[in-house]
Design a binder for this molecule. Structure first.
Ligand code: SF4
Ligand code: SF4
Length: 702
């Protein structure tokens, strides 16, 4: 007895060939229709310019999609995903040829009938086995170990674990059915004394063959044909079911990665194709309804794998604020599925705030970027949140606590409402100008470099010390520098990230003019928010450096020398400010500067560098009163204590405010202190006295 091929066999009196041809046509037609319906909102969405630099984008696809670059950041889950992904890639060809066998018996992929085909068959057998085992392991993880990051808080909807397990089961059935088909075929051939197809030893098809060896020929034939039928049915069911849930990322993730933002730190414009000067002519600004999102942002919603890594790293989520980035996406995806159904009319008129998002949720984000840094599919959050804030501002929904600082920024150029002429008053405190003269770049004096001070360092009593330290360091390393004084306005960094684009444009225009008029060649700042704004949000100004970069350079050039650390009982840890580290990848320079202080003991916190934990946010976030269970800063201070540190060094005035405050709130004043990198360097700098003699440094204890 010959085992019949599925195309030659008959199923319920229907020829296999006809049955499978109909199945292929119906399956593909259903899939094409569902995909068309899923495209409907994208076709109605706002534009997004993502078609530039195809080679760079392909390279990123090779790295992040094909190379699964970010998956190993979570070791167990990452390894599992990589194995499944490789298995799927290997089995894609197998799935195609297996489906074709139903329509044309003896079908072989072109070029795969000889040695290459045999080699591929062995790899394929092991791939099916690995994927099958991974499905079991993944299901056990979900059912038994229940990783916390997969949980869905009751307020955010139903648990999604069952959906995930159902999909894992479907893939396992697919692997098993394929292996049963192959195994039964090989068992028939062995029983008939024919040269049987070689099945890779210990692979799933091989195990099936061994298990079926004693079955009768008619039973083996039925089993093989049944397994083939189940395989095809499962395949098309899975294909058409995936666009209804988290597995949709199998289809969309490649495109999401290809079209991902190339310059992550540059905020998206209010609307692509609309210039800043035309903003006040727009009828509506920002995202209010679903179709206000760009097509790429909608594609992101479809592509999220619901892995929870973004929320796991999100400091707002950790602090118990009403924001968890994963759910920003899944709620929008559910909204899309509901309002753009596969059958029926699309309907999209309701505002998203109040329907799926709350105002507090949208204002809770510190734009720290931890979510984007973690997402293996490069899904974007900051632009979406800023767009939603733009929509809120445009509708007049500004949180009470932000109204005053925003008004002050508009009228006085700083959020504190202080007089413009007082902007340089910090240079005169306690006769500072006498010990460290600072030029005012008002057209009468010139300098090579501009020290862009920004609002908090200019006006905050505690933070002015960072301004003093910076000025002393710049003087010590021989920098020719000056400040804009009253001609400087707030950089607008947070104004922009809080959605006030028109106000930001006004602040930027003023500063650009003042910077150009100063005639400087370079800009330096001790504020990472100002650094980020000047570097990425401003155009046509001289190059900008953060003070930590200048210090690292001065060390290398030998213009900066540092004295031995005074005390041995201090253990320092460096806290990466989000807008210096994650957003601008300046991780090593501040550490190099710290390590250049002889005898200084430094430890790393677990969450450091690109996994740094936001201290609570800067700029306008200092004025916002979020609903939260605990302060982010307190969590951060505890992380430093866990690392064994008793001094937290940061390089951002806002981090300093948040961390010093958190130390007090946590009641840890006796155990922990905070200091800015500039203050620490200023304490240890070897100053050259006018006569060339090494001057005695003034030590101010932390
Ligand atoms: S940017 Fe930071 S605070 Fe905002 S959602 Fe992402 S991780 Fe959370
Ligand atoms: S956005 Fe990215 S990191 Fe977050 S759940 Fe989705 S796939 Fe995972």
């Amino acid at each position: 007895m010959e085992i019949q091929s599925p195309a030659q066999a008959s199923y319920w009196l229907v020829s296999g060939q006809a049955l499978f041809l109909v199945m292929h046509v119906l399956g593909l037609a259903c899939f094409a229709y569902i995909m068309y319906r899923r495209l409907v909102p994208l076709l109605r969405a706002q534009p997004d310019i993502r078609f530039d630099q195809p080679w760079l984008r392909l390279g990123r696809v090779a790295k992040y999609w094909l190379g699964q670059w970010r998956h190993p950041r979570y070791k167990g889950a990452g390894l599992l995903h990589i194995l499944i992904f490789i298995g799927f890639i290997v089995l894609a060809g197998r799935a195609f040829s297996l489906l074709m066998i139903g329509a044309s018996s003896g079908f072989a992929m072109p070029g795969f009938s000889g040695t290459l085909g045999h080699f591929y068959d062995i790899v394929r057998d092991y791939a099916a086995t690995v994927v099958f085992i991974c499905m079991i392991v993944a299901a056990v993880r979900r059912i038994v170990f229940k990783p916390a990051r997969y949980a869905v808080p009751a307020r955010l909807g139903r648990q999604r674990g069952q959906d995930a397990i159902f999909l894992l089961a479907l893939i396992a059935i697919l692997m098993l059915a394929d292996s049963l088909f192959e195994g039964s075929k090989a068992a028939v051939q062995t029983q008939q004394g024919q040269a049987s197809e070689f099945l890779a030893v210990f692979s799933l098809p091989w195990i099936c063959e061994q298990a079926l060896a004693s079955f009768s020929l008619p039973l083996l034939s039925k089993l093989g044909l049944g397994a083939y039928f189940i395989h095809n049915l499962t395949f098309y069911f899975l294909l058409c079911y995936r666009p209804f849930g988290i597995q949709f990322h199998v289809e969309t993730s490649l495109f999401s990665v290809y079209f991902a933002k190339l310059e992550r730190e540059v905020l998206k414009p209010v609307r692509w194709g609309v210039h800043d000067e035309q903003l006040d002519q727009l009828k509506s600004i920002g995202v209010k309804t679903f179709e206000d999102f760009t097509w790429k942002h909608m594609l992101d919603f479809y592509s999220c794998a619901d892995c929870g890594r973004c929320s796991d790293q999100c400091p707002s989520n950790a602090a118990g604020r009403p924001l968890s980035p994963r759910f920003l996406t899944t709620k929008a995806r559910d909204y899309a599925f509901q309002h753009y159904p596969v059958f029926g009319k699309a309907n999209n008129s309701s505002p998203l705030i109040g329907a799926i998002y709350s105002e507090d949720e949208i204002w809770s984000c510190t734009t720290c970027g931890a979510c984007e840094q973690e997402c293996p599919l490069l899904i974007e959050y900051i632009d979406k949140i800023v767009d939603l804030r733009r929509g809120l501002i445009d509708s007049g929904n500004v949180p009470q606590s932000l109204q005053k600082p925003l008004k002050a920024l508009e009228s006085r150029g700083n959020p504190y409402g202080k007089m413009e002429k007082k902007r340089s008053a910090w240079t005169k405190i306690n006769g500072f100008q006498q010990s460290c003269p600072i030029k005012l770049l008002d057209g009468k004096q010139g300098a090579d470099a501009l020290y862009f001070v920004d609002s908090i360092t200019s006006y905050d009593d505690r933070i002015q010390a960072i301004g003093h330290a910076t000025a002393r360091i710049l003087t010590s390393v021989g920098e020719s520098f000056g400040i804009l004084g009253p001609a400087e306005k707030d950089s607008g960094h947070e104004v922009r990230r809080f959605g006030e684009e028109i106000l930001f444009c006004a602040l930027r225009a003023h500063n650009v003019e003042a910077i150009k008029a100063s005639g400087v060649q370079r800009i330096v700042t001790s504020d990472p928010h100002a650094y980020n704004a000047l570097k990425h949000d401003y155009k046509d100004i001289p190059p900008v450096e953060h003070i930590s970069q200048l210090l690292a350079r001065a060390l290398n050039e030998g213009t900066l020398k540092l004295n031995h650390a005074e005390t041995s009982d201090k253990v320092y840890t460096y806290h990466d400010p989000c807008y210096l580290g994650r957003h601008n990848e300046v991780y090593d320079d501040p550490r190099d500067v710290l390590d250049a202080i002889p005898g200084l003991k430094r430890v790393e916190m677990k969450r450091s560098r690109d996994r740094s934990f936001c201290c609570g946010g800067g700029g306008l976030m200092l004025f916002y009163e979020p609903k939260e269970e605990q302060r982010m800063g307190v969590l951060r201070v505890k992380m430093a204590a866990e690392a064994g540190a008793n001094v937290i060094v940061t390089a951002c005035p806002f981090c300093m405010v948040n961390i010093e405050d958190a130390i007090k709130v946590a009641g840890m004043e006796a155990k922990m202190a905070a200091i800015d990198l500039t203050e620490l360097v200023d304490q240890h700098i070897v100053r050259q006295a006018p006569g060339g003699m090494e001057a005695q440094r003034e030590l101010t204890e932390v």
